[in-house]
Design a protein around this ligand. Sequence first.
Ligand code: FES
Length: 81
Amino acid sequence: MDDTAIASQMSPYMVDLEEGKTYKFCRCGESKKLPFCDDSHKGSDAKPHTFTADKTESVNVCGCMESEDYPFCDGSHILHF
Ligand code: FES
């Protein structure tokens, strides 16, 4: 994860993804629609992470910005407890 990413919470977000749909995940921590970007990052160095789902599924999306498998949670938030 890049140095501009800011954790929004120390646990994942459960989201439903739809195959072929493109999502923008927030990495500035300021969105009112977390974990999705709502363009609140404008004026900062942060940029959202754009991701296209390759299948329809429910997934855990990283909130701590430490996952090695971003945007998916890999359990790294556990290290903060
Ligand atoms: S990256 Fe946080 S609102 Fe866009």
